[in-house]
Design a protein around this ligand. Structure first.
Ligand SMILES: NC(=O)C1=CN([C@@H]2O[C@H](COP(=O)(O)OP(=O)(O)OC[C@H]3O[C@@H](n4cnc5c(N)ncnc54)[C@H](O)[C@@H]3O)[C@@H](O)[C@H]2O)[C@H](O)CC1
Ligand code: K
Length: 514
């Protein structure tokens, strides 16, 4: 699924109206009707008080449509107009008139703090104050209203986007954004829903299809691509009936140091579980017995040093190399990396201490084979590219870094974002249970294992991140977030493959769950 900018959505809106020969009011009716249906299906006529806060633009217009339809269906509705300006939009005014046909209780005009209503915790708040047309940070009493609503324990449903959030620009004041419990967003999710500083305001959402012109949406270059099951299914490469272990490559995992041999075990196992034909672990001498005992399927080569890596030499041609998990920052290890990067022509997966060593010895970057995959968590990324002002600045810096060094960067987080040149791929699988030691080692093993099977570096990254997250989701469903350990993620990679094509009950809604 594509993520578009606010400007593109306005453009799509315009094209749709022209091509479908409808009015913009018709489109608003469609949007409002979708929101109404979502609520109606869940409330089923329950007499819960619904407070709808409408701004004076088209987001407010959507709120008025929802209000009218709810009133027509007998719900207990109070509509407020957050009267922050006289510049009411055409479709706001049209629906402001229409709502007066269905109720004697005209919308309440709010002009300041004195007009803030009492809201009980069992009530529902519908936030239709600002949508994607936000053009400045909410201030004055409107900001106070947003704060007042945030303090309420009532369920808060945002229309299109939580008010005060820009769809694709940095946050100015986190005190002036509505903290929605759920957001119903039109046609495509907004970039702000996926970035750490702003995602907290839209912790869950559904995408409502309002029938914007498909040709326009198909041809528009998105800000980012969202990776869910349908995309992952397309990435999957079928295993051949007559394949043999050589068909699926020979991955080399260069990992571990004294006290951190678990990292090597996790990456090696993950490379196997994602489908590598063969996996060799290259570890310091102290890891030999550990690896041979823990993973009998793996081959093991050792360094001359007992406790750290100093000379990474091997006598076969791996089809992919993952390096860095638990290797430490010994000087000799830096030299070993230099030689490894210089001698190899195939792209690497670079993780953990290999990233830290690169950050401290930037010359190593130039030695990296093109299309290598770097998998930093936020701390490692900061060491690599320096500080950033906000999430958007971070993405721009990573894009430049990716372009300059011709590498794929996997920014790990709640929504892991894979960056390649100016393209962004946002993953949708994964959960807080995966914030656990070794989860990153598992991911680097997964990506290395996919590379070894012939997935290209970008696909291996995007698909690997999806599969890793999906395995983590299956693990958490079985045991709860807290109990998940990295090994559980790896153990469920098989289930994640099965889940990829499992038959599921068809959804009877035109919405995408998240
Ligand atoms: N294209 C679509 O997908 C459709 C979107 N719909 C809805 O329309 C809104 C966008 O409406 P728009 O009128 O352009 O903008 P807003 O309603 O978000 O608000 C604009 C309004 O508010 C003023 N304003 C902006 N920021 C502030 C501020 N900080 N303080 C005070 N006033 C502010 C601004 O000047 C304007 O007057 C979209 O989100 C959807 O909900 C359609 O209904 C269906 C098609
Ligand atoms: K809103």
């Amino acid at each position: 699924m594509k993520i578009f900018s606010a400007a593109q959505l306005y453009e799509a809106d315009k094209t749709t109206v022209e091509k479908q020969k409808i009015t913009s009011a018709d489109l608003m009716e469609r949007a409002g009707t979708q929101i109404f249906q979502w609520l109606h299906q869940r409330l089923n006529g329950a007499p819960v008080p619904i407070h709808i806060f409408c701004g004076i633009g088209d987001n407010g217009g959507d709120g008025l449509v929802v209000g009218r339809l709810l009133i027509e269906h007998g719900y207990s509705v109070i509509v407020y107009v957050v009267n922050c300006s006289d510049k009411r939009s055409k479709n706001f005014l049209l629906n402001y008139d229409k709502i007066k046909n269905v109720t004697k209780n005209w919308p309440l005009l709010m002009k300041g703090e004195d007009d803030f209503p009492e809201i009980n915790s069992e009530d529902i708040i519908v936030d239709a104050i600002f949508g994607i047309g936000l053009n400045r940070c909410p201030g004055g009493w409107v900001k106070k209203l947003i704060q007042y609503l945030n303090e309420s324990k009532a369920f808060k449903l945002a229309v299109d986007i939580p008010s005060g959030l820009y769809s694709n620009a940095p946050l100015e004041d986190k005190e002036a954004v509505l903290k929605a419990n759920h957001t119903l967003t039109f046609q495509a999710p907004k970039l702000a829903f996926f970035l750490p500083e702003t995602a907290v305001f839209a912790p869950s959402f559904d995408v409502l299809d309002i029938g914007l012109d498909l040709e326009f949406l198909h041809n528009a270059e998105p800000l980012a691509q969202l990776i869910s099951k349908p995309e992952a299914q397309r990435f999957y490469q079928t295993r051949e009936k007559f394949g043999h272990k050589g068909t699926y490559g020979h991955a080399l995992i260069v990992a571990g140091s004294y006290g951190k041999m678990g990292a090597a075990i996790l990456s090696t196992t993950a490379a196997f579980r994602i489908g590598s034909g063969m996996v060799t672990a290259f570890v310091p001498k102290c890891g030999y017995n550990i690896l041979q005992t823990a993973i009998p399927e793996a081959m093991v080569i050792t360094d001359n040093e007992e406790a750290f890596l100093s000379d990474i030499s091997f006598d076969f041609e791996p089809s992919a190399i993952g390096v860095g998990m638990g290797i430490g920052k010994n000087k000799a290890t830096v030299e070993a990396l230099k030689k490894l990067f210089t001698d190899s022509e195939i792209p690497f997966v670079i993780d953990a201490d290999a990233l830290n060593n690169i950050s401290e010895n930037k010359g190593l970057l130039k030695l990296l084979p093109k299309h290598s995959v770097l998998t930093p968590h936020p701390g490692e990324l900061k060491r690599l590219i320096g500080e950033w002002k906000d999430d958007y600045d971070k993405l721009e810096k990573v894009k430049k870094f990716s372009e300059k060094h011709e590498v794929v960067v996997v920014i790990k987080g709640a929504y892991t974002i894979t960056v390649y040149g100016d393209k962004l791929y946002i993953n949708t699988t994964g959960n807080p249970g995966m914030a656990t030691a070794g989860s990153g080692d598992a991911l680097s093993g997964v990506i290395t294992g996919l590379l070894s099977q012939g997935y290209d570096p970008l696909l291996a990254s995007v698909f690997g991140v999806y599969m890793h997250g999906s395995a983590g989701d299956i693990a958490s469903e079985q045991m709860g977030f807290e109990a998940v350990m990295a090994g559980d993620i790896i153990d469920n990679l098989g289930e994640a493959y099965l889940d990829l094509f499992a038959q599921t009950e068809p959804e009877n809604e035109s919405s995408e769950k998240n």
